[in-house]
Design a protein around this ligand. Structure first.
Ligand code: PEP
Ligand code: MG
Length: 542
């Protein structure tokens, strides 16, 4: 047994098998080959090896779960799919290297499936991606390590990019451990959204974690225990049982409205990043979705998602959550949210650089695609849209102008959308606080992003663990920013919510009530505890 210490980034304890995640580079080069027979042989071998791996996965999964096992059976059939194989062979015969052929045919077929109306067929796109990536890994000589993908897993990785975190199978993963990463990184936020514990920033101690075996983690204290003894395991299992019973106890708040003792009603919303979070929104009885981080759709993809792909996702989220309001934030790419296909060059100060609305306004094609998808989906439920990282009034006005232009387009095309869709702006920069009165005249609501507002107010990089202690959302200057925003919202007759992590800081609930905050949006797992705190709170309006 060995004990290591990191930093707790998402509360709770968990015990599971180590799932050591190694980063794989699946980018490919377009190379002209001369020996076609040799390349065809490489492709055939890679396919055979993929089938062998899938056979093993099938046998392994069968022990735990018949349905998961069936997925591998389907994948085995797809490896021999004539469209896929013929497409690759044709490209190789055309002197393309096998990797490039698999990559190109993968994208073509995956797009074709995605465009299909039938949801079953459209979901086959992910299967094509999966088997093609398996073949790509084999071609690139990357070893398969996924054999234990069932059971309770604790993901151990040097760092988890949001794009990797969102791809994890939420049914199996019970915790994260990382060598790097801060408390306010998006991977930590995602762990909290999933309601699972996370320990980050183990630094040198990380090297002592073995590649496999059992591990127990405590997301409150940051302690991790490798190969725990039976006594320690029993302790952890007791803690897990207590944790579950607290969760059970909070269920009494399901169906209750968040109203303070003196009658101030607040909406308690959920922050989500993908369709797989919808169940948790409903299970925890959220009043709305206060923040859908739409960029996670982009991070889950290997290419810019098309208008139709996005439309299907937005439509499903608003339809399944109807009549609840879903506030979708437009693309907030950049800084720590990167994927290779974005092509954003490295920057000295990414947090101050090319991100969010700045990218969207500079690359209107990307923005237009998203806005069209959003407007089309708005017809199917109760959706609002908000814009992130606004620091200049003109940015908000330009974004609104583009939205109006797309509305006109859709009208001409006879495509329905929600005409009275509410628009909001995120208050994440000190500049936006200072011009809040002007911004308020353009929108129906403010949503304060306290993660970035803290970062920019205190000049503390939220990703930099060296200054982590200075990152304090309770700091007087940050609270003043929040209060000024709330005042400006009230004076201009619009509502004001908070969707940054500190919306769930129960030490601040009293303060938020006292300044008349109308909505608090938090990770789904925090909703019921927050409702309980609000219900027991007395507003002392300032
Ligand atoms: C915030 O900055 O508080 C916020 C909600 O946005 P994100 O954390 O995604 O940057
Ligand atoms: Mg932000």
């Amino acid at each position: 047994m060995r004990i290591l210490n990191g930093r707790g980034a998402s509360q709770g304890v968990a015990v599971g098998d180590i799932y050591y995640m190694i980063k794989h580079d699946l980018s490919v080069e377009d190379t002209v080959i001369t020996d076609i027979e040799k390349e065809l042989d490489r492709f055939t071998h890679a396919k055979l090896e993929a089938i062998t791996q899938l056979d093993k996965l099938y046998q392994h999964a069968l022990v735990a779960d018949y349905n998961t096992a069936q997925v591998f059976e389907v994948h085995k059939m797809l490896v021999d799919d004539p469209d896929f194989c013929d497409g690759c062979i044709e490209m190789i015969n055309d002197h393309k290297n096998a990797e490039f052929a698999v990559f190109t045919v993968r994208n073509m077929i995956a797009d074709m499936f995605l465009a299909m109306d039938d949801p079953y067929m459209s979901a086959r796109s992910a299967d094509i991606m999966d088997i093609s990536n398996r073949i790509l890994k084999i071609l690139k000589g990357i070893k398969e390590t996924d054999l234990s993908l069932t059971g309770k897993l604790i993901v151990v990785a040097e760092d988890l990019l949001p794009s990797e975190t969102v791809k994890l199978d939420k049914n199996n993963v019970v915790g994260f451990v990382t060598k790097f990463g801060s408390n306010t990184s998006h991977s930590a936020i995602l762990a909290r959204t999933m309601g699972i514990p996370a320990v980050v920033n183990l630094r040198e101690a990380f090297e002592d974690i073995p590649l496999d075996g059992k591990i127990a983690i405590d997301g409150d204290t940051g302690k991790i225990v490798i190969d725990p003894t039976s006594t320690i395991l029993a302790n952890y299992n007791d803690m897990i049982a207590r944790q579950n019973s607290v969760k059970e106890g909070l269920k009494e708040y399901i169906g209750k409205k968040a109203i303070t003792k003196d009658g101030h009603g607040v909406k308690v919303g959920a922050n989500i990043g993908s369709l797989s979070d919808i169940d948790e929104v409903l299970n925890n009885d959220a009043d709305c979705v206060g923040l859908f981080r739409s960029e996670f759709i982009y991070l889950e993809s290997d290419k810019f998602p098309t208008e139709d792909e996005q439309f299907e996702i937005y439509k499903e989220v608003v339809q399944r959550l109807s009549p609840l309001n879903v506030i979708i934030r437009t693309l907030d790419l950049g800084a720590d949210k990167q994927a290779s296909y974005f092509g954003i060059p490295d920057e000295e100060n990414p947090a101050l650089g090319y991100r969010a609305i700045r990218i969207c306004l500079n690359e209107p094609k990307i923005f237009e695609t998203q806005l069209r998808a959003l407007l089309r989906a708005s017809h199917y439920g109760n959706m609002s849209i908000m814009f992130p990282m606004v620091s200049h009034l003109s940015q908000l006005q330009d974004a609104k102008r583009l939205l109006e232009y797309i509305k006109t387009q859709l009208k001409e095309e006879g495509v329905p959308f929600k005409e009275d869709l509410e628009l909001g702006v995120m208050i994440e920069t000190p500049a936006s606080v200072m011009i809040a009165d002007k911004l308020a005249k353009e929108v129906s609501f403010f949503s304060i992003g306290t993660n970035d507002l803290t970062q920019y107010t205190l000049a503390v990089d939220r990703m930099n663990t060296n200054v982590e202690k200075l990152f304090d959302s309770r700091n007087e200057a940050v609270l003043k920013m929040i209060e000024l925003t709330a005042i400006s919202a009230r004076e201009n007759g619009i509502w004001c919510g908070i969707c940054g992590e500190s919306a769930g800081d129960l030490e601040l609930t009293d303060f938020y009530m006292s300044i008349g905050i109308d909505e608090l949006s938090v990770s789904p797992s925090k909703i019921l505890n927050l409702k309980k705190t609000i219900i027991n709170c007395t507003t002392k309006t300032k």
